[in-house]
Design a binder for this molecule. Structure first.
Ligand code: ADP
Length: 478
């Protein structure tokens, strides 16, 4: 019999998405459904597009608890790419313009977590072997199961995946009684207390049977204060049940052989055609049109996490090299201003598009030669995976998922899928850029690197296999 997995998430593409979790919650179940009975459950936000909500089937209505208060739950269902998706409906909580960012988010997702557990008995032929929770919004599920449901789901294992450690679901002590329905016993450093607050994330880490994060290196890094966001001690303590699994990318969405957004389609076998995309990009962005000038692409949120300080520090030195720089992003004003300023000074060498544009992003992935991603920290990172699939060699700082996915070029053994540097240092990054330009001038080596990068296996199939192994291991343990 297939393992039954309930995948609990606060967002999933194409229904609602604010970040990486939205992609994972769509792609991972799609990859798992071939050999597990996986079902996804998420809130029924009013922001979900009509074209999806119109097909949702109403299953049942019942009530759940927020502490002592009874709250309405409507359960809906639809199927997408063979994966059943359930939706928790409550207009008071989810009938709002955005997914998160409200004063009562702590209550909204405590409600969601209780409602998810109460929804199980309304799902046809389905008692989950595994409940797979994600980030702080569903981190309370394993705790609630233990506290409020006694023996009912005693054989069900819970795995908790951390996609973003920055957001931990921290709320004042009063939520303990008023929202979670718990007592003082849970307000200690060994349980939910974090400084003077209640941490939902801690509930996920402590009460789950297993914890994963989105790359092996990051799973190690978070045991140290620099990366641990205050939870490093907890990760050290629970080391035995923490593992990293690198995300994949959607091979249908990111495929240069079939991509309708790019100028000329190409694959590994006819990768010489990639250059047409470069010429088209230079034309589109009013850069000098010349196939021999290497283009470095940057597509990112403008935040310090992405290493933009390093780029800012040596931007002028980069622009003095024989390169063109194409930047696409939005975010902190100071970076936006800086890039606009330099684009004005060097119009033929630097194009800075301050916007969010997924189609232009694809044209940049296809048209660039290198992709610069010097992150300060990087739990997994998707951009380097996308760029490799498009034969654009990433230049990365070797941290987190970047370290696990990009093999730095070694000219003696000829292995590699990109370039890497170790320290968070602008001149070390600059040296790495210069080195990549040197290799760019050796067509045989470069061509070989492009081939390696394009052939890297980044599909979700690999990650799905790893998650499946964890499910099986947990269930065997009994
Ligand atoms: P993070 O999730 O930390 O922002 P990732 O590398 O994991 O970083 O994923 C970023 C994703 O968002 C990539 O698919 C990237 O192409 C896309 N992206 C980032 N900024 C933009 C933008 N301005 N326009 C279009 N796509 C963008």
């Amino acid at each position: 019999m297939k393992t039954k997995v309930l995948f609990v998430t606060s967002e999933a593409h194409p229904f609602a998405k604010s970040g990486g979790l939205g992609d994972v919650a769509y792609s991972l179940p799609k990859a798992l459904v071939k050999n597990t009975d996986v079902r996804v459950i998420m809130p029924k936000y009013s922001s979900i597009h009509d074209k999806y909500s119109i097909d949702m089937e109403f299953i049942e209505k019942f009530s759940t608890n927020v502490a002592w208060r009874e709250k309405y739950v409507g359960l809906f269902k639809t199927t997408l790419d063979k994966v059943p998706f359930y939706f928790i409906d409550n207009q008071d909580y989810f009938g709002r313009e955005n997914t998160y960012g409200y004063f009562d988010d702590g209550e909204r997702f405590a409600y969601f977590s209780r409602a998810v557990i109460d929804a199980i008995e309304h799902m046809e032929d389905f008692i989950p072997d595994v409940i797979h929770c994600n980030d702080w919004q569903s981190a309370l599920v394993p705790l609630f199961l233990k506290v409020f449901y006694g023996e009912k789901y005693k054989d069900t294992k819970v795995i908790f995946t951390i996609h973003n450690l920055k957001f931990q679901g921290l709320y004042g002590k009063e939520v303990l009684f008023d929202i979670l329905g718990l007592n003082e016993y849970y307000y200690t450093d060994e349980r939910l207390k974090y400084k003077d607050a209640v941490s939902y994330m801690k509930a996920g880490i402590i009460y789950s049977d297993f914890v994963t994060t989105v790359s092996e290196t990051y799973a190690e890094e978070i045991k140290s204060p620099f990366f641990g966001e205050g939870l490093e001690g907890l990760f050290q303590k629970y080391d035995y049940k923490v593992q990293g699994i690198v995300n994949g990318i959607d091979y249908d969405m990111f495929n240069p052989r079939r991509d309708k957004e790019i100028h000329t389609k190409y694959g590994v076998k006819n990768r010489e055609k990639k250059v047409e995309n470069k010429l088209a990009l230079q034309r589109e962005l009013n850069l000098v049109e010349d196939k021999d000038i290497p283009i470095i692409g940057i597509i990112t949120r403008f935040t310090p996490q992405k290493g933009l300080d390093l780029i800012a520090h040596v931007l002028e030195e980069i622009l003095l090299l024989d390169v063109q720089l194409v930047i696409l992003g939005t975010g902190d004003q100071n970076y936006e201003d800086l890039f606009k300023y330099y684009a004005h000074l060097y119009p033929s060498k630097l194009s800075a598009k301050i916007m969010f544009d997924p189609d232009l992003a694809k044209r940049i992935y296809a048209g660039s030669d290198m992709f610069l991603m010097p992150s300060l920290f990087e739990p997994c990172g998707l951009s380097q995976l996308i760029s490799m699939r498009y034969g654009t060699l990433p230049i990365v700082r070797e941290t987190g998922g970047l370290k696990d996915t990009v093999i730095p070029y070694n000219e003696f053994s000829n292995v590699g899928t990109g370039f890497g540097f170790e320290n968070y240092n602008a001149h070390e990054m600059l040296e790495s850029i210069k080195y990549s330009l040197e290799i760019y001038r050796k067509p045989d080596s470069w061509n070989n690197l492009v081939k390696n990068a394009m052939e890297r296996k980044s599909s979700w199939a690999n990650a799905a296999k790893e998650y499946k192994k964890i499910y099986t291991r947990l269930l065997k343990r009994g």
